[in-house]
Design a protein around this ligand. Structure first.
Ligand code: TNX
Length: 576
């Protein structure tokens, strides 16, 4: 998946915005839950589309004769159509043939899919019309069509998410939708370093991401507590570095890593959902698993003991001049193989929480990593500390600041983080916003939550929803704004796993406190992951927390169908 140039992205947004004005759209909140009889009753789309109007005609009824029509040479539509057909077949039991000649819709409506829509729709935009005997979705790419099909999925009854729910009325309300994302990059991060997610659990997370139109899975593959990626040139990294997780010493299970086939399976599964996989190899800190595996990246040339504790800010790999050739060789091996195994044009180099290095050492680390990855044709991404160093063209800085950092913007005492942001922007870098006090899914929703941390504060649903990348790169009163809209690449929800156990205000005393990893992920991600999806996708004009709350409550039934164990946050008016 290649990203479109910013200029086109903006043109597409403006074009859809202009359409929205002409069509005098009903805001997404028009589907008032109390508006019985209103044709938009029950429509609860997340993220909110750019333009949504209720059609005057009848709802679309799918039935045993329903077909998906695609043009014979439209391979993208055929592929996306087959995915939709599988979903429909599982849930409805109907045959749902796909093809040009799929005809005979006497007992059910036709779904028409096309990737031959106007170029102004951009890579991910689409138009969806539903009325009477027909649903049509048109995009300019398979990816855009997939996003449109995702909207159709949310227009169908909740039972679409479960297999074998026959006997219900498979109706789609009459609607007209024009839609395109605000930002190109809408990521979610899994910390498989602290806590390993088996392939099936990663796939489950990908399913959840896809339903909310995320397009980048950032895998934090290495940390102090574990190394998860197979690197052929350095087998020790998984032989030794994969023997630990946070709280799990060598010999308590494992090893915990992805074989090449496993990783391929994840990348392919993500690609089927139009999600790219951004691999992260963290360094020069957060690298104890590598230091335990490879003696020559330590200043004394000796391997460290495998680490399974809960600290951050631990020693870095050796950055003294006499060790640089060996460290460079290590970086060459790990970044090359990470680049080759992944599907994104971005590789994440970490760079966070580095203790006791000089700026010269950090610069060497960032420049060396960048050189290796530039040779591989990749862009680099890094936590915002990389902003203090010279950055290559196309670099992305991931802004993970908390409220205190933001509050210092424009004051005489701007924090170093803010200087890093300014420096990165001045070099032409773009920003992915993942403010810790908004989009860190490991922050507790409230003080009663038994998992996670609260160093950036408590993050309830409204806090995770009510921000955007411009607001978190501006002073509190908005008078000093550091990034322009063009310099924002997107947003990311970050699911760290430092405290993925029950009773997380204290360190665990027994392995029994570790709940299954998907149970942890479901709980901390829902309802907040859909909120951050809307921050990344939806135009500011169609966003409001009150309306989002109405829609999120409606989605809870869908999560029940999917078996997602979400947090029934007490401040959200869930329905019985
Ligand atoms: C900070 S955010 C970290 C991570 C922790 C996280 C926990 C960042 C770049 N570094 O190492 O997992 O806080 O909330």
């Amino acid at each position: 998946m290649s990203r479109r140039p910013r200029a086109t992205a903006l043109a597409a947004t403006v074009a859809v915005g202009a359409l929205a004005l002409i069509a005098a759209p009903i805001p997404a909140n028009a589907a008032d839950a109390t508006g019985a009889g209103d044709e938009l009753t029950g429509v609860a789309l997340i993220p909110a589309p750019t333009e949504l109007t209720g059609g005057a005609g009848a709802p679309v009824e799918l039935g045993p004769g329903s077909v998906i029509k695609v043009h014979p040479r439209d391979d993208g539509a055929a592929e996306v159509g087959e995915g939709l057909a599988e979903l429909l077949r599982d849930a409805t039991g109907y045959a749902v043939p796909v093809g040009q000649r799929a005809a005979g819709a006497s007992q059910g409506a036709t779904i028409v899919l096309s990737t031959r829509g106007d170029a102004a729709l951009g890579d991910e935009g689409y138009r969806l019309e539903a009325e009477g005997a027909r649903v049509s979705i048109e995009a300019h790419s398979a990816e855009g069509l997939f996003r449109g099909v995702t909207t159709l999925r949310q227009l169908l009854p909740d039972e679409i998410e479960s297999a074998g729910a026959s006997g219900i009325d498979w109706a789609v309300p009459a609607v007209s939708i024009g839609d395109a994302p605000r930002y190109d990059y809408r990521g979610a991060m899994l910390d498989v370093g602290r806590r390993f997610y088996p392939v099936e659990d990663v796939k489950r997370f990908i399913d959840q991401m896809a339903l909310y139109k995320y397009n980048a899975l950032h895998m934090h593959l290495t940390d102090d507590q574990g190394w998860r990626l197979t690197v052929d040139a350095r087998p020790e990294l998984t032989q030794i570095g994969a023997s630990t997780q946070s709280g799990w010493k060598p010999g308590t299970g494992g090893p915990w890593f992805y074989t090449k086939a496993d990783f391929r399976e994840i990348v392919d599964y993500a690609a089927e959902h139009f999600i790219e996989v951004v691999p992260e190899i963290d360094g020069p800190s957060h690298a104890m698993a590598a230091k335990a595996s490879i003696p020559e990246i330590n200043c004394d040339g000796k391997a460290t003991a495998p680490y399974s504790g809960f600290d951050v800010g631990l020693p870095t790999i050796c950055l003294s001049p006499e060790k640089r050739a060996e460290v460079r060789a290590y970086l060459q091996d790990v970044f090359t193989e990470a680049a080759q195994q992944s599907s994104s044009d971005i590789v994440h180099i970490g760079g966070d929480e580095v203790p006791s290095t000089t700026q010269e050492q950090m610069d060497w680390y960032v420049e060396t990593s960048s050189e290796i990855l530039t040779e591989q044709g990749k862009r680099i991404m890094g936590w915002h500390q990389i902003g203090a160093s010279p950055l290559p063209e196309g670099a992305i800085m991931q802004w993970w600041a908390d409220a205190g950092d933001q509050a210092s913007i424009g004051t005489p005492n701007e924090r170093p983080d803010v200087r890093e942001l300014r420096n990165a922007l001045a070099q032409g870098a773009t920003v992915v916003a993942s403010p810790a006090d908004r989009s860190y899914l490991d922050m507790k929703y409230d003080a009663t939550v038994p998992y996670g941390l609260s160093w950036a504060g408590l993050v309830d649903l409204e806090r995770s929803y009510d921000w955007d990348p411009i607001s978190v790169t501006s002073s509190v009163d908005g008078s000093v704004s550091l990034a322009t809209e063009e310099q924002i690449e997107g947003v990311e929800a970050a699911l760290w796993a430092d405290r993925a156990y029950y009773g997380s205000t204290k360190l665990p005393t027994s392995l029994d406190q570790f709940i299954p990893v998907s149970q942890y992920a479901d709980f901390v991600s829902f309802p907040r992951m859909p909120a951050i999806a809307e921050v990344g996708w939806s135009a500011p004009e169609v966003r409001s927390f009150d309306d989002f709350e109405r829609r999120i409550v409606a989605h809870a039934d869908r999560w029940d169908e999917m078996g997602i164990g979400y947090y029934k946050a007490p401040d959200v008016p869930w329905q019985e």
